[in-house]
Design a protein around this ligand. Structure first.
Ligand code: ZN
Ligand code: ZN
Length: 280
């Protein structure tokens, strides 16, 4: 790996997985979800075209897996027009350096996420004291150091457009991280959520493994601003999405999605915010 870019010193494979790991699913003709261990990433683009955009970059050491899925869906020698990051947590940038090296592709993220992607600022330590089971307990091993991809990073455009994803706009959804974004397409109500909310509780290793559906706020041990996180969920609920593709868990659709989302907005304190923890 070139010295020009680096993951933090705490970068490592994380031994956590789910029954969905390795499974792909076409959510729409132009949106494909692929699960790596416990996280989802998304390929935007029709499978009969060879043009695509990758949204998020998987877990540490998942480069071969991502490359294989891209080749299978879009052809051996194709490469994405861009990678869009919802945020810079380790489970969303795990293969980004190998992907940049292999594909020589620009990476876009929100301006406020830049310090964590240019080696300037580490994310806060995961809060293992937060209530909620084994995933929180294992969170001290999660990488939180800034990665450095500065020479390949571009800010998302201030007009709200998403590069190479016509019809989509980015929506700033801070709280989980300062520069967290979700992507929304007004025409059909498609929402790529990132971790602004998730559909599997991240605080139970058992539920993460079985991917039992249960709408929840952002993963607790890494969320630092709960008021902002709540406001962000409200913002997304107001969009009335028809499909929510989340960074963790299964996609939600239609009425069930809107019922779950308004439930989350109404009862955010109960459902999402832990009773105790460093960032309360
Ligand atoms: Zn995250
Ligand atoms: Zn995540």
């Amino acid at each position: 790996m070139s010295k020009e870019m680096n993951y933090g010193d705490d970068y490592k494979f994380i031994p956590a997985t789910s029954i969905g790991s390795g499974v792909g699913k076409e959510l729409l003709t132009d949106l494909y979800q692929h699960t790596i261990q416990v996280v989802n990433l998304f390929f935007y683009g029709d499978s009969d075209s060879n043009e695509f955009v990758l949204i998020d970059a998987g877990m540490p050491r998942s480069f071969d897996d991502i490359k294989a899925v891209a080749a299978e869906r879009f052809g051996e020698d194709t490469r994405p027009k861009a990678v869009i990051l919802t945020h810079g947590h380790f489970d969303h940038v795990g293969a980004i350096i190998e992907l940049i090296e292999h594909w020589d592709v620009p990476v876009y993220a929100h301006e406020l996420e830049k310090p964590y992607l240019t080696g300037e600022k580490d994310y806060p330590e995961p809060d293992s004291s937060v209530e909620g089971g084994l995933v929180a307990k294992m969170s001290p091993i999660f990488p939180n150091e800034a990665i450095d991809i500065r020479n390949h990073l571009e800010p998302l455009h201030s007009d709200g457009s998403v590069p190479h994803m016509p019809g989509f706009r980015w929506v700033h959804t801070p709280g989980h991280t300062p520069g967290h974004v979700s992507l929304f397409r007004d025409e059909d109500g498609t929402l790529i959520v990132g971790d602004a909310f998730v559909t599997v509780r991240q605080d139970s290793l058992y539920k993460v493994f079985t991917q039992e559906k249960e709408i929840s706020g952002p993963p607790r041990y890494l969320t630092t601003d709960w008021q902002q996180a709540w406001d962000s969920v409200k913002k997304l609920a107001e969009l009335k999405p028809t499909l929510a593709a989340t960074g963790h868990g299964v996609p939600l659709y239609g009425d069930a999605l809107n019922e779950d989302l308004s439930d989350l907005v109404q009862n955010f304190e109960e459902i999402a915010i832990p009773d105790h923890g460093k960032y309360i």
